[in-house]
Design a binder for this molecule. Structure first.
Ligand code: TMP
Length: 212
């Protein structure tokens, strides 16, 4: 069973420094050019709504208990789905989100060690639409690379946020959880080896066949 929205939902994922931000805007423009009759909505998590953006500031800066962090991520997501994602999908739009629930599994689960059963419960609570069918991206583009390469690439221009300050082992655990999720749902995930050049990655994105 599927949810069969007339719209199409894409998420971009990867550890900090994997390079997804470099490509997401251009990818949105590309889809807009290819599908001029569809509105492309660019959004992000945590964030995407006024409340979500306020939660983002807290989540990226304020120290808090791990479960508080997970609950706030999903609270921001609940609002994001209600205000932005679901109305857009119902209206036939293309939604491109910089991160979605896979990031909670990767960061709060893999990285910080929150039990996957708690994350599964939250995912079900926030994303279940009917008879156990979850609202999920139609396509998740995962930028995969070793934590050490990502660390070297991370911007040295601005001060690192709470997550960017974490050590290499943390990012390796985040990466492994992303890869586990990708293996579990190979139909949804498109895995990119993000150690490649920007040009090579862009060519892969341009070549992706998307059934919108
Ligand atoms: P960004 O830097 O890609 O905008 O993401 C913000 C940070 O939030 C990033 O370090 C990953 C983290 N994050 C989580 O820990 N859990 C989540 O559910 C989401 C959406 C992001």
């Amino acid at each position: 069973m599927s949810l069969n929205y007339p719209g199409y939902f894409v998420s971009f994922e990867g550890i900090d420094g994997a390079g997804k931000s470099t490509h997401i805007e251009a990818f949105g423009k590309l889809l807009q050019e290819r599908h001029p009759n569809r509105e492309v909505v660019m959004t992000r998590e945590p964030g995407g709504t006024p409340l979500g953006e306020q939660l983002r500031k807290l989540l990226l800066d304020a120290p808090m208990h791990l479960e508080t962090e997970a609950l706030l991520m999903f609270a921001a997501r609940r609002e994001h789905i209600a205000q932005v994602i679901e109305p857009a999908l119902q209206a036939g739009k293309v939604v491109i989100s910089d991160r979605f629930t896979d990031a909670s599994f990767a960061y709060q689960g893999g990285g910080r060690g929150l039990s996957l059963s708690k994350l599964n419960e939250l995912e079900l609570w926030v994303q279940e639409r009917k008879n156990g069918v979850l609202l999920q991206p139609d396509l998740t583009i995962l930028f995969d690379l070793p934590g050490s390469v990502a660390e070297a690439r991370r911007s040295k221009v601005r001060a690192p946020d709470k997550f960017e300050q974490m050590d290499l082992e943390f990012f390796e655990r985040v990466r492994q959880e992303y890869l586990r999720r990708a293996k579990e749902d190979q139909q949804r995930f498109y895995l990119i080896d993000a150690t490649q050049t920007q040009e090579a990655i862009w060519n892969l994105l341009k070549g992706l066949e998307i059934n919108i």
